[in-house]
Ligand binder design. Structure first.
Ligand SMILES: [Zn+2]
Length: 212
């Protein structure tokens, strides 16, 4: 997905968004509360504008700064579980393998990346965790839930190698997928700008994976 906004260009993985939710209006109301000031601890490890953007999109406060075993920088609402951290590492490992098959070389290290973990806006028991965001150019498409869409993840800033996903608590495979898919946009941005442009906006069609 591709959405111009004050601070950053956002991309949303939509291939995971096929499931419907019945919690649309609760979610939107919750997301409209004002973003808080940047948290000092998280602010010590990521630029303030990134933190502000993540808070603005999710409506969450990011109090936790940590990292995965492989060195991905993590900014989270609450302390992530070990399975969640491992799932994030696996998503990047899979992504980097696909990128190397495409002969890409840039930004193929876990330590290059920052992942924000927001609270999920999907409360249904079997729903894949996701973040509710304004429908923007997806208004009127199959993804439109009534002025907003559910995103598995969004790129916050491809230059900063930063994106946001929702917290997963049971099935962690979708967390790996969200990382692999959001990371794909960033890897393309740095390694194949033309293909990045061609694949960034899923409202024009196309999904993930882009790199096989
Ligand atoms: Zn995407």
């Amino acid at each position: 997905m591709f959405k111009k906004n004050r601070v950053a260009i956002l991309f949303i993985v939509l291939s995971l968004m096929s499931g419907l939710s019945l919690f649309a209006f609760d979610v939107v109301a919750q997301r409209r509360r004002p973003a808080s000031n940047a948290n000092r601890r998280a602010n010590a490890v990521v630029p303030r504008y990134l933190l502000a953007e993540a808070e603005s999109i999710s409506g969450d406060r990011f109090r936790i700064a940590t990292h995965t075993p492989a060195g991905v920088k993590i900014i989270a609402v609450s302390e992530p579980s070990r399975p969640m951290l491992d799932a994030i590492d696996k998503g990047f490992t899979d992504l980097f393998a696909a990128a190397r098959r495409a002969n890409f070389r840039r930004n193929l290290s876990h330590q290059n990346y920052t992942v924000f973990i927001a609270r999920s806006d999907r409360a249904a028991n079997n729903a894949i965790p996701a973040i509710a965001v304004g429908a923007s150019q997806y208004a009127g498409t199959q993804y439109d839930r009534g002025g907003f869409i559910y995103a598995a993840g969004l790129v916050l800033d491809p230059n900063a190698n930063a994106f946001i996903i929702a917290e997963h608590t049971r099935d962690f495979r979708p967390a790996s997928d969200a990382v692999r898919f959001e990371g794909e946009h960033i890897v393309l941005y740095h390694n194949d700008p033309r293909r990045f442009e061609a694949t960034a906006d899923h409202s024009r069609g196309g999904g993930h994976p882009i790199l096989k």
